[in-house]
Ligand binder design. Structure first.
Ligand code: C2E
Length: 878
């Protein structure tokens, strides 16, 4: 959808990590489901595990108890058997007789190796007991009776008990290395025995000795691993005492494998369950995972010392009944241990159940549940994804598209229903916002290109239009013109009647100019009271003259504003494209220069841009460049023009006048460069230099000529407007150590007229420093008498314009007289400037003017010449 409106700002990679809402919602569902379900599953798992282990282990413990009981009862049955056998033998030996001797003789023969064994031909091991007597056995009748009777007892006992299948054999070992045995498994045992066979020092005999078995009860031999059948054997031992005398041992060999099956088949055995069985001496019978190792070297076997948990468990005492012994780690795997002590042998049995196998089913349940939850969450997220896409994402994408269309200036059709209330509201708000934005953008664009007051195009739009017009002149070989129009003396109206009246006047002038011109022409407000008109196409220069004249005329017509009947004239400068230039900026500059020229020519006139004007502009540029270097290169010098007392002809003071001695241009008049310095701001530095230099000079001269009253220094408007001007002056006075009363600042009326109040404040501050103030060029500046009386001044200087023709011009005489009268009334001194002859001096004296300055007395002089003049007066020569 975004592809429809291509704009670099809209490319999605600007925000590469942002996901769309529907996908985000899906993720939220999946993740929040998992966030809830996973911990729930984990909690469930651990709770269930605890419960399961508790119940399962309890069940197993019971099984084990049953199996162990079975195991123990089997074993104890052997003990009972032997006890019974002992009783039987003792009872029946009392009744032995010759029948027993006959039985012995009938059965026994000497074998080739010298040992006595049963006659093989009549021997059937499954029903007969076998007897072995070593060679040279002392065969007394008593012995024959004894063995003959034992044959009988063993066979009947053996056959009877064998049916119970609880043991494999019963045997008797006598002190003389005799052995009587009834063995179901090794029926020919006696034939395998060598004549040297001697069991008398083995446990089979010793455990029955009165020394080791004073209680005369059942003992168990250490279990033994028989590698041939691969089975563990243990023998039950019972002493056979006849008439209180130990005659031998009764025993039974028990193959443990059959019993192991009892404990190894408990419940549903676990694949990796382990069994550890130790006899009462600590010897291993079952060694869990190390069973093979044990059976390979039963004597040296011990548990790996790294299995510390198991060793610790084995070191704990076990109870007779099966008990849970907690969790143990074996070869890195977790087991649940159940242990007990098997009686009557005192063996310790440890049953190890792999924890994971016990929990296998539970884990399966948890995995299935987790999978189920995950799939459910995924399914829900898919549903939410498509719902959110339909209800939110799609409308939002539409809205984005609409906004982008607005952004590129297109206006899509409004959509009344967006499916849901909130989106419809949002869409309405977005449309409204876009409308407002469009209006505001247009307004800002207009403001950026138009003048607030008059609504005319401003400078920037003027430039654009002028560029366009210039291009058209090139393309269509036409001519265009720029008219630079400035209102004459507008400042006076503005200052005297107020800005509001001035603004209304400007608006009316703008309307009149616009009304006079064609639509194609451009009328713009260039600044202040300046307007620039672009005439886009004309044929003859005369057309331009006509337009200019029409404008001069229409502007000159009276205006009725705020109850004032106002009139104003204008001056117009005209530059022509392409003759003067085809560069917008230069065309405007040229028209501006021509406008100044027309002002010089007397205002209310128009002037075409000419070569002369161009030369003047060039000169101005040249001067400006040179002026920037002048101060550094010390090209300025001060001249001094004496001020004279008309009554006595004596010099009482002087005016410092700056001179610029340029190495190539020669002397440049201050009338030319001071306005330029003001325009460029260089006047600040130049003015400061003048003040310092003049003060320094006055300090020198007032030492030599104490009667010298004042040094007048001209101030420029910009200097005067500086905020810290007073502080600067104070600094100079302090630095030069000069009496401030000897400094007189000359300011012009126009400098005061802008902001009268501020000017009054500044003058008061200056006077507070002790300096005096004179108003220069007085009479030309439309001073209002009303504020003149409030001005903190000391003197008025009558402008040279009134003196020039004073002798002949009655008006000038009248003005001069009234200025003198005004000064007298306001208690101000009055100085006439520009006196060039004696007649003027005489007339002024007659009019009551006391002070004067002019070529008649002296031209402005370099310091050295001025010093000579002062010296002459000091010497009374003048
Ligand atoms: N025709 C004629 N002219 C006479 C006669 N007596 C004096 N003048 C000239 O009249 C001007 C008097 O200075 P201004 O009215 O203050 O007018 C000054 C003043 O406004 C400005 N100016 C000169 N020096 C400075 C300065 O240091 N700072 C500032 N801000 N302006 C200065 O330049 C203006 C012109 O100065 P200058 O060329 O020195 O011209 C001086 C002076 O040479 C006379 O009898 N006949």
């Amino acid at each position: 959808m975004g592809m429809l409106v291509y704009d670099e700002r809209f490319t999605p990679n600007r925000v590469p990590l942002v996901m769309n809402v529907s996908r985000k919602m899906s993720w939220i569902v999946v993740l929040s489901s998992l966030a809830v379900l996973l911990p729930a599953l984990i909690i469930f798992y651990y709770a269930a595990k605890k419960e399961l282990l508790a119940t399962e282990l309890a069940e197993h413990r019971d099984y084990i108890q049953v199996a162990a009981d079975g195991f123990a009862s089997d074993l104890s049955m052997f003990a009972t058997n032997l006890e019974k056998l002992d009783l039987l033998i003792n009872r029946q030996l009392v009744e032995t007789g010759n029948r027993d001797i006959a039985r012995f003789d009938k059965r026994m023969v000497i074998s080739a190796d010298g040992a006595w064994r049963n006659n093989k031909e009549t021997y059937d091991g499954s029903i007969d007991a076998g007897l072995f007597l070593p060679p040279n056995y002392p065969l007394t009748d008593e012995a024959k009776r004894f063995y003959g009777r034992l044959f009988d007892i063993f066979e009947s006992f053996g056959v009877a008990t064998h049916s119970e299948k609880t043991f494999s054999n019963i045997w008797f070992l006598g002190h003389g290395r005799s052995e009587l045995i009834f063995d179901q498994y090794y029926q020919n045992f006696i034939y395998l025995m060598s004549p040297e066979t001697d069991y008398t020092e083995t446990e089979w005999m010793t455990l029955a000795s009165p020394e080791l078995n004073p209680e005369r009860n059942i003992r168990w031999t250490s279990p033994m691993f028989d590698p041939v059948p691969g089975s563990w054997i243990v023998s039950a031992i019972h002493p056979l005492d006849v008439d209180g005398e130990w005659v031998g041992t009764l025993g039974q060999d028990v193959q443990l494998n059959r019993l192991f099956r009892l404990i190894q088949g408990i419940g549903d055995p676990f694949a990796e369950e382990q069994h550890i069985l130790r006899d009462s001496q600590g010897g291993f019978i079952l060694a869990g995972p190390w069973q093979q190792e044990l059976e390979g070297m039963a004597e040296q076997f011990s548990i790996d010392p790294k299995e510390t948990a198991l060793l610790a468990l084995l070191s704990r005492p076990m109870t007779d009944s099966a008990s849970l012994m907690g969790e143990v780690t074996l070869q890195g795997k977790s087991y649940q241990a159940i242990g007990l002590s098997l009686q009557p042998m005192g063996w310790e049995y440890l049953h190890l159940i792999p924890t994971d196998e016990m929990l296998k089913n539970l884990q399966k349940v948890v995995y299935v549940a987790a999978l189920f939850f995950l799939l459910t969450a995924l399914a829900i997220s898919i549903v939410i994804n498509s719902a959110v896409r339909k209800v939110i994402s799609k409308p939002i994408e539409q809205l984005v598209l609409r906004t982008r269309l607005f952004a590129i200036g297109q206006k899509p059709e409004p959509i009344a229903n967006w499916g849901s209330y909130e989106i419809t509201e949002l869409a309405l708000a977005v449309d409204m916002m876009n409308d407002d934005l469009e209006r505001e953008t247009n307004r800002l664009a207009f403001m950026a290109t138009h003048d607030d007051l008059t609504g005319l195009p401003n400078r920037s739009l003027l430039n654009d239009r002028l560029e366009q017009v210039i291009q058209d002149t090139r393309r269509y070989q036409t001519k265009a013109a720029v008219l630079f129009l400035d209102l004459d003396q507008f400042k006076i109206i503005n200052d005297s009647l107020g800005h509001s009246t001035g603004d209304k006047l400007l608006q009316m002038v703008a309307d009149r100019i616009s009304f006079q011109l064609r639509e194609d022409d451009v009328v713009s407000r260039f600044g202040g009271d300046e307007f620039v008109v672009v005439i886009s196409d004309f044929e003859h220069m005369l057309d331009l003259s006509n337009i200019a004249e029409k404008l001069l005329f229409i502007i000159k017509q009276p205006y009725m504003i705020d109850g004032y009947d106002l009139s104003i004239t204008s001056s117009i400068g005209i530059s022509v494209c392409p003759e003067d230039s085809d560069v917008a900026e230069i065309l405007i500059q040229n028209a501006d220069s021509a406008m100044y020229e027309s002002k010089k020519l007397g205002r209310n006139a128009f002037q075409f841009h000419t070569k002369d004007i161009r030369d003047q502009v060039l000169r101005k540029l040249q001067l400006e460049e040179a002026l920037r270097k002048a101060l550094d290169e010390q090209q300025f010098v001060l001249y001094y023009q004496p001020k004279v007392n008309l009554n006595t002809g004596e010099i009482y003071g002087m005016e410092a006048l700056i001179r610029w001695q340029h190495p190539e241009m020669g002397i440049v008049s201050p009338l030319e460069f001071i306005p330029l310095a003001e325009e460029t701001g260089l006047i600040m530095d130049i003015g400061a230099w003048v003040i310092e230099e003049a003060c320094w000079q006055m300090k020198q001269w007032s030492g030599r000529f104490p009667w010298l009253r004042s040094m007048a220094i001209n101030l420029s408007v910009k200097q005067f407007q500086q905020k810290d001007f007073c502080r600067q002056i104070e600094g100079v006075i302090r630095e030069q150590n000069i009496a401030s009363c000897k400094i007189d600042f000359e300011i012009t009326e126009s400098m005061i007229m802008g902001d009268v109040e501020a000017a009054i404040r500044m003058l008061a501050q200056l006077r507070a420093l002790g300096v005096s103030i004179s108003i220069d060029d007085f009479g030309t500046g439309y001073s209002s008498l009303s504020y003149l009386k409030h001005l903190p001044t000391d003197a008025l200087k009558i402008d040279r314009a009134f003196i020039n023709d004073l002798v002949n011009d009655k008006n000038d005489q009248a003005i001069t007289k009234s200025i003198i009268a005004l000064a007298n009334n306001l208690n101000l001194n009055v100085i006439a400037e520009g006196i060039e002859d004696a007649e003027q001096a005489a007339m002024l004296t007659a009019m009551g003017c006391r002070y004067a300055q002019g070529y008649y007395f002296s031209r402005p002089l370099p310091a050295a010449e001025m010093a000579l003049l002062l010296e002459k007066q000091d010497n009374g020569v003048v």
